[in-house]
Design a binder for this molecule. Structure first.
Ligand SMILES: *[C@@H]1O[C@H](CO)[C@@H](O)[C@H](O)[C@H]1NC(C)=O
Ligand SMILES: *[C@@H]1O[C@H](CO)[C@@H](O)[C@H](O)[C@H]1NC(C)=O
Ligand SMILES: *[C@@H]1O[C@H](CO)[C@@H](O)[C@H](O)[C@H]1NC(C)=O
Ligand SMILES: [Zn+2]
Length: 411
């Protein structure tokens, strides 16, 4: 960008913004890998996932933070697209909705092969970089999407999921969400339940699915950081010390992030950046500075939450603006290596560690969640013992006794 002072008509003195030029030069070889983008959710809301609708053309899409020209202008080289379904689908059609969002991401890659390359590995990301495409990965946002099933977890892995956010804004039967820390929800699992919650973490480690701790309670953060054999990420969270919102990461957890080689990808949502409706790019840089100070430059990344939020900072209005944020870091004397870390190298390091810790030769986790943890209102119980356990809730107990009361019936 050129800043010009018009001294008098026809004469201009222009100075290049040296930091912006440097940012763009760096991003030509190290583009940004962003941790969280909700474009797939917008595609559902606006087009019911019909990508061939005229207005759904991603080259000319308007009214969103994300489209293809903006991604190119922003030097976006990697994106975890969010396969998100809201908490009100829990115990209903969460799995179906999640699979449909995974499908729409695959169809994006198929329809725009010159722009997107769907990948599932760190090596795939590097290949997309070389081809000048947006490495497209799938992050499933919310543990409710696996419906308390290790089988569904594994199936989503096979469909390309490479991170799972342990909760969205609701508890699952095995992990607590951030609203426990505001007092809006009751703690249920003490963070992560000892049996099934820990088994989910072990299975994610075994498969090579990154554990994402955005949206979870502080107790869940600590339990997962302790339990995981591989580093974890916060795909879209900022620093609690600068804005005391419970979606943000407190300093004692940042210490654990540092100890485990984990990563915080900073969220740009005004309400998490400034705890106000208004924010600016410089305040986002403050969050990056803070996380760097507490957890080290290796712990910093970008997780803009574009198309998942309604208010964004002045200077970071859409995905084309990443170079401006990088320029601000350079202005703040971040070294080129630190900047490359925040852009992509830190995420690649974490992903590679997760891949190395994975072990498909190890036996899969098999023990199902206990039946009494499951909402039984619209669910069958195949596989679970017919004999009612003593811990069944009264309604479930009554339901399981009904056949006995009514005598034998057909199966
Ligand atoms: C999107 O629109 C452009 C022209 O603006 C056209 O070239 C392209 O084929 C369209 N893509 C799809 C997938 O419809
Ligand atoms: C987990 O916590 C236990 C008990 O506090 C501790 O001994 C252990 O070192 C921790 N492990 C990790 C990986 O943090
Ligand atoms: C950004 O916002 C902060 C807090 O309101 C303010 O102090 C600062 O001057 C702003 N910076 C820019 C560059 O606008
Ligand atoms: Zn989110």
């Amino acid at each position: 960008m050129w800043t010009c002072w018009w001294l008098w008509p026809l004469v201009a003195v222009c100075t290049a913004d040296q930091f912006l030029d440097q940012a763009k030069r760096i991003m030509q070889t190290t583009p940004v890998i962003d941790g969280h983008n909700d474009l797939p959710w917008q595609l559902l809301l606006k087009f019911n996932n019909e990508l061939r609708q005229k207005d759904a053309n991603l080259t000319s899409l308007t009214g969103t933070h994300t489209n293809i020209p903006k991604l190119k202008a922003g030097f976006v080289g990697g994106q975890f697209w969010s396969a998100y379904t809201p908490c009100n689908t829990q115990n209903k059609d969460a799995v179906k909705r999640t699979m449909e969002q995974i499908d729409v991401i695959h169809r994006m890659c198929q329809m725009y092969p010159e722009t997107f390359l769907c990948v599932t590995s760190s090596q795939g990301i590097r290949q997309a970089f070389r081809e000048g495409k947006v490495a497209s990965l799938i992050g499933v946002e919310g543990g409710h999407s696996i419906d308390s099933s290790l089988g569904v977890l594994r199936a989503l892995y096979h469909l390309g999921m490479r991170y799972l956010t342990l909760t969205h804004s609701c508890n699952t039967p095995w992990a607590d969400n951030w609203l426990v820390d505001t007092g809006d929800h009751d703690a249920q699992s003490g963070g992560l339940s000892d049996d099934f919650g820990k088994s989910v973490v072990r299975e994610m480690n075994r498969l090579g699915v990154i554990i994402d701790l955005a949206h979870v309670s502080v107790a869940t953060m600590k339990a997962a950081l302790n339990q995981s054999q591989a580093p974890v990420i916060f795909s879209h969270s900022s620093a609690f010390a600068l804005c005391e919102h419970r979606r943000n990461v407190p300093d004692d957890v940042l210490q654990l992030v540092k100890q485990t080689g984990s990563l915080v990808m900073v969220n740009f949502y005004n309400d998490y950046v400034a705890c106000k409706r208004e924010a600016n790019l410089s305040q986002v840089a403050d969050h990056l500075d803070h996380i760097k100070k507490v957890a080290g430059a290796g712990a910093v990344g970008f997780g803009g939450d574009f198309d998942g939020v309604t208010r964004l900072p002045v200077g970071l209005e859409d995905v084309s603006k990443y170079p401006n944020l990088v320029a601000e870091l350079l202005r703040r004397q971040w070294t080129e290596a630190e900047v490359r870390g925040a852009l992509a190298d830190n995420l690649l390091r974490v992903f590679e560690a997760v891949e190395q810790a994975s072990n498909h030769a190890r036996d899969p986790e098999e023990t199902p969640i206990e039946q009494n943890y499951l909402d039984s209102s619209c669910r069958t119980s195949y596989g679970y013992s017919a004999a009612p356990g003593l811990h069944l809730q009264p309604a479930a107990l009554l339901a399981s006794l009904t056949p006995l009361l009514l005598g034998p019936r057909l199966l």
